[in-house]
Design a protein around this ligand. Sequence first.
Ligand SMILES: [Fe+2]
Ligand SMILES: [Fe+2]
Length: 285
Amino acid sequence: MITQQKIEEHVERLGEMHPPVALGSVDRTINRPDVVRDRYGDVLEYLARVELEVDRNVLELLVLLPEVSEVDRFFYEDVWQPQEIQHGLILDRVQLDLGLPAAEPLMEIQMSMKVLGALAHIPAIQDIARLLYYLTGASTERQAVLAYNTLNKGLQELGEDALVNTVVTPIKRQEPGHFAFYQMSATSLIQHNVLSPWQLFLAREMRSFSYTLVGVNGRKRYLGDMGGVMVGLGLDTQLEAYAKEIGRLEARLLWAGRKGLEYPQYVLDALHDSLSMYRERGGLT
Ligand SMILES: [Fe+2]
Ligand SMILES: [Fe+2]
């Protein structure tokens, strides 16, 4: 059983083991900026923007979970936000070093989030919002882990050791702990039967029509950009394997009734949508 205490200890450990990465620790040597820019410029741009959007994510969380629990607050305020904002600032500076424009994070809270936030004052809806929040966190953090792993391998092959050792490796080390927090929190809600069958039903419905990939923010442009990121990282040729990676947890927790389901269909659909948007417009804009 995953207890609140276990989750709290996990967060404490994360805070102790992973102080935010300092800008000053980055070695800004890039051997072949033009090659890195051509191959990974789009990926870096997307990741920098998403990381810098952490401050909006915090605002969304406060809208979504008006009665935020102490351990949730501990995580996002003391550990998560300070780590993610450094990821964003560091990647943004790499972008500038590559001669790319600075990231433009989207800071506006989506309407759908505000509506759910208004409803979340009803305790029964609050439970659903909390589960959806954890599942979204788990899915996006898993996407971050996979993106940084792939990016790191690519940069290694290019011989960009400074970027590998002082940018991507230190950043990617911090992402699995975020994933684990959301995974533990979601699992704990299910294990303790906090949601009744009708709440779980509603959670499945809402998840099915609102699932989006990391950083898409309900915008077509970002949806297409995400397709570009998948192509840039070579993930477009292994969509089902990717869907399994990012959808496994919720297949298990939310769709437990469907034996053998490796990922919910909406995860694979989102990947397809993103790729076709990218291809339709003929690449990144
Ligand atoms: Fe991050
Ligand atoms: Fe993260």
